[in-house]
Design a protein around this ligand. Sequence first.
Ligand SMILES: [Zn+2]
Length: 377
Amino acid sequence: MRFKTLIAIAVVLVITSFTIGYYLSISRVEYYLSSSEIEWLVKSIAEDVSVIRNLTFKELPNVVVVNKSYVLSTWGSEIPEEVLIFGDILKMTLLVPKDYNISSSYRGLLGIWVAASAGNTVYVVQEYFTRGESPLVQRVLAHELTHVLQYQYFRTPPTHTLDESLAIRSLVEGDADVVADEYVSIKGLGVVSKVSSLTLKDPFIDIQLTPYIFGSRFVEYLLSVGGWGLVNKAYEDPPKSMKYVMFPQKYLAREGVVDVVVNVSCRVVHEDVLGPSYLYVMISKYFNESYALSMSSEWLGDKVVYCVNNTYKVLNWVIKWSSSKSAEDFYRTFNYVLSLNNATSVDGLWFVNDLRLSVYVVGDEVLITSYSIRSPN
Ligand SMILES: [Zn+2]
């Protein structure tokens, strides 16, 4: 149980900050800041964050200084089962090639943390904190300190699907990014790197980036409509799908999401809703981000059901679209993705490496079934 808790914390930590580190190339470090210097820096930035966010710290955050090898040995030794299944989903939906190794992507994320927060504690990775207090490090701390405020004032509900979890993370990360941007602006720190688009190199990482890419736009939209009061209120009624984050007008208009039903007779190992941001990453990889955004705006719901039997792993994915025309557009798009993967077609089935796929459009739904032969253990 304790192990599970640690992993849960690790996932939270990954979510909170890795992306900022992603763009930070470590140059040669000569002088690290001491723990007391880092603590002083955190306290001074906390005062500004409190003013910007219009919330007072109920208690000052704890600061824990760790180093990179501690991060990897503590949180990177075991890969959660859900992450391994997600690796299969990525392969079976053609987002990554057959030899893609999600474990190394997952560990790679841990290796690029700069700082993270869990509850009232801000963890900082000492190797990134050098004398000179770079603007990037200040921005990271402003971002993490906003997470501490969120922890002290708001609670987010448990999530059940990838789509739901990315959506709530978008509110949390968007809030922290907007505060961090304002901090950079009032301090006159100039242009500071931040995540604003996909890497287009690793779909697993790109999916983790979508809460940052769309989250700040979502929070900025709420701010423009109803100030921080509306943002605070969003924690009571958080967006439950990336549809609301990517298209915030749909959040305020309370547009619905369809609960898609998939009937299967196999042994179900995992069920999920991948959501419009998954499609966004897929279509961006093969086409471009503007087409991906326009296609994603027509998403109404989806369900993926992952089964395993003695011979095959089977993925059933049903995606519901706003109209039969949009469903046909996606059907054509996915067929093009198949051809880009050099798939061969025999009797209506597609073959790509060890995968066998079928794709149908029925009214406003697209049904994709993907079989993979299980490798002997
Ligand atoms: Zn964060």
